[in-house]
Ligand binder design. Structure first.
Ligand code: SAM
Ligand code: SF4
Ligand code: SF4
Length: 367
């Protein structure tokens, strides 16, 4: 797979001197739209054992697909070093993702290294992981012991036939449900379950999923099918807008709107009128939330992406492997964030997008 990256260095010996301050008076780094850098998503593998058609369609991600070689991946020490430098610049939340992050060998060792990081105020991070749940029953306890706070599990339906068709590797839903229970038992909560709703494929699962998880403490979130990447053959007619999901669900289980829990929160919250918990909707297509997007994404091979829909990354691995000091890497990160003006969904929503170059895949950059 060839990805375009913006080289930060011409030669390892000559580091750029960047002409901007690193953070405002309060020490917070801001981009061109005054958005802070708060949330770092780290992809630890570009491989997955599922072939969800909206993410890694089988026809493209077949057995000859050129996944990254192991030497291209950031090792745990490199990831932990970058994470430490990001935390020093304002990151408070780290999410491990992929591909399927639980396929990365000894992932618990990385979790342990990240869990040991502290903010400048001495606080631990909010450390989470997004998984398809297939290996969770086996790994929940060791992840918790390593210091992981929470997990988000992706699950697109309860009906076994629908689920097997959506993961496209015939994986049974019962095993994911066992993983969710194991995560709850291990204390990896409050657990979130993400369901991508694809019209014509799994909208009939909305109500059963809500009934299954309400009253359990699990927060179910419905995600609009996004036009991410270039391989899933996305069509607007397959998007079920969140407003429609809420309307559909409300007819069966009345909902009331709730306040956002934190700034930059991607999900709009709704509570069951009878008090049996809450759900969320993530309206990436119909209601852009770029205005307070505080997320950066680090790819498996150490490219920093500033938007899920970016076509270019910034090469941090060259800095790491070229012998840059912590100060030089910090300066580079500050410069990259400072120049950020990405707001893809907002521009798309306003009909202001020019045709883009080939975009990165979700499996490469993580959700
Ligand atoms: N494999 C893990 C999983 O599935 O949870 C982590 C990586 S996956 C790329 C992260 C999230 O992205 C999942 O919740 C998945 O449903 C979501 N996702 C992938 N492609 C998507 C698309 N086209 N639209 C909306 N969400 C998508
Ligand atoms: Fe794999 Fe997650 Fe993508 Fe599905 S959404 S193919 S589980 S990376
Ligand atoms: Fe953030 Fe880009 Fe998504 Fe907008 S489109 S919310 S900038 S990741």
């Amino acid at each position: 797979m060839v990805h375009r990256v913006i080289p930060l260095i011409a030669e390892a010996a000559s580091w750029p001197v960047l002409p901007y301050a690193m953070g405002d008076e309060a020490g917070t780094l801001r981009d061109q739209l005054q958005r802070p850098l708060h949330d770092l998503r780290i992809s630890v593998t570009d491989r997955c054992n599922f072939r969800c058609s909206y993410c890694m369609p089988k026809e493209v991600f077949g057995k000859d697909y050129p996944y990254l070689p192991h030497s291209a991946l950031l090792n745990f020490e490199e990831i932990a070093r970058l994470a430490r430098l990001f935390v020093a610049q304002g990151v408070r939340k780290i999410r491990l993702t992929g591909g399927e992050p639980l396929l990365r060998k000894n992932i618990e060792v990385l979790v342990e290294q990240l869990a040991a990081l502290r903010t400048p105020d001495g606080e631990p991070l909010d450390l989470t992981l997004t998984t398809n749940g297939s290996l969770l029953a086996r790994k929940a306890a060791s992840l918790k012991a390593a210091g992981l706070n929470r997990v988000t599990v992706s699950l697109d339906g309860l009906d076994d036939a629908v689920f097997r068709r959506m993961n496209d590797v015939d994986f049974p839903v019962a095993d994911v449900l066992r993983g969710i229970e194991a995560a709850q038992r291990a204390g990896l909560g409050p657990l979130k379950v993400n369901m991508v709703v694809k019209r014509g494929t799994n909208e009939q699962e909305i109500v059963p999923m809500a009934r299954h998880f309400r009253g359990t403490g699990v927060v179910l979130r419905f995600i609009e099918y996004m036009d991410v990447g270039a391989t899933n053959g996305w069509r607007m007619r397959e998007v079920m807008p969140s407003a429609e999901v809420v309307q559909h669900l409300s007819a069966e289980l009345p909902l009331v709107a709730l306040e956002p829990s934190a700034p930059g929160e991607t999900a709009q919250r709704w509570g069951y009128a009878d008090g049996a918990g809450e759900i969320g909707v993530i309206s990436s297509v119909t209601q852009a939330f770029c205005h307070d997007c505080s997320r950066a994404r680090l790819s498996t091979e150490g490219q920093l992406y500033l938007c899920l829909f970016a076509s270019r990354g910034h090469d941090l691995r060259s800095l790491l492997r070229g012998g840059a000091s912590d100060g030089q890497i910090t300066q580079a990160i500050a410069g990259i964030w400072h120049n950020r003006s990405d707001r893809y969904s907002q521009l798309r929503g306003a009909g202001m997008l020019a045709p883009t170059e080939k975009r990165i895949e979700m499996s490469y950059i993580g959700g």
